[in-house]
Write a protein that binds this ligand. Sequence first.
Ligand SMILES: Cc1ncc(COP(=O)(O)O)c(C=O)c1O
Length: 386
Amino acid sequence: MDFYEIETKYGAGVYAKQQLSIVRGQGASLFDAEGNEYLDCSSGHGVANLGHAHPKVAAAIAEQASTLVTLFESYPNDKRAALMQKLASLVPGLERVFFCNSGTEAVEAALKFARLSTGRTNIVATMRAFHGRTFGALSATFNKKYREGFEPLVPGFSHVPYNKIEALENAVTDETAAVILEVIQGEGGVYPADADYLRAARKICDERGTLLIVDEIQSGFGRTGKMFAVQHFDMTPDLLCCAKSLAGGVPIGAVLIGEKVQNLTPGVHGSTFGGNPLSCAAALAALAAIEEEDLAGQAAEKGTYMMEKLRQIESPLIREVRGMGLMVGIELKQKVAPYLKALQEKRVIALNAGMTVLRLLPPLVITYEQIDRLVSALEDVLKSEN
Ligand SMILES: Cc1ncc(COP(=O)(O)O)c(C=O)c1O
């Protein structure tokens, strides 16, 4: 049996498996067992911002693996303390950190902290939002394809149209614990927020004593051209959720916490693996590399180049190219699945975001030559009958 057959037989069955097994990565390239190279424009769903097998992250993991892998957060540790200090320095006003192990756990923690801090229960989320698959995060997620079969979800959640100030104005009351939103919606179709909308969200939350949670799980760590997408706008949330690329691919989640968030006392929340020295060491190395290599600056420049090139493709199938930095969506007038398959046949791995949006989340270390390769493969694929 090959890997595909084994995983299809023994896996839980909750993933649509590709007939493509990958055994190695390097930079923006992935390789199958025969050594064939594929251009990775997915980064494992936005994780590999630093590229695959980054030498500094690999060295930090190896060193920490033979030093100390696990330590419950009750016991302070050199790597965890250093990572807390580093994360607390990234966004002025967000100077406490909660560690967990994934995006959905970061959202779960932020939702719990908001309820605990305000003593209120209601959460206002946005239409098209994706925040994860555990019950709290799933309740904030909009698309029924993720929710169906799991109801009843957590009570108190409502959804308003994204980028519509008036709808938010009407939905947030003095019983709302938090508003949760993505600065650029990822899974929902790559829709950036308007600056006015984010400013209004901050103002509405301030007026009603509501906390503002921003989900930067996909948009964080240089992806959009700044360390966090929210830094493009003059706005600081009360809780910022991150995960994915924070530790260069090692599982980690974190919530950055602002001053207004109260009542976080020993025992109210926790995580066995949260803040483990292995993921903290990997994250320290990843953050250092993001800064040393100016990956955010690279994402801004390469993103502009990529979107210009994509907009030059003459195809009646393209409705719109949009995005921020290297978080790019190409909205087609047709279903995107056959084009993703055709791209894979040309050895380019990309993603969808809903039925009609082709999403590109390449490692930020992708080269200009690789971007040209992607654009020309896409041009070919859109020209042929699919
Ligand atoms: C914006 C956003 N929030 C939350 C999540 C959930 O993260 P995880 O899959 O690590 O639980 C994702 C994952 O795609 C995401 O894109």
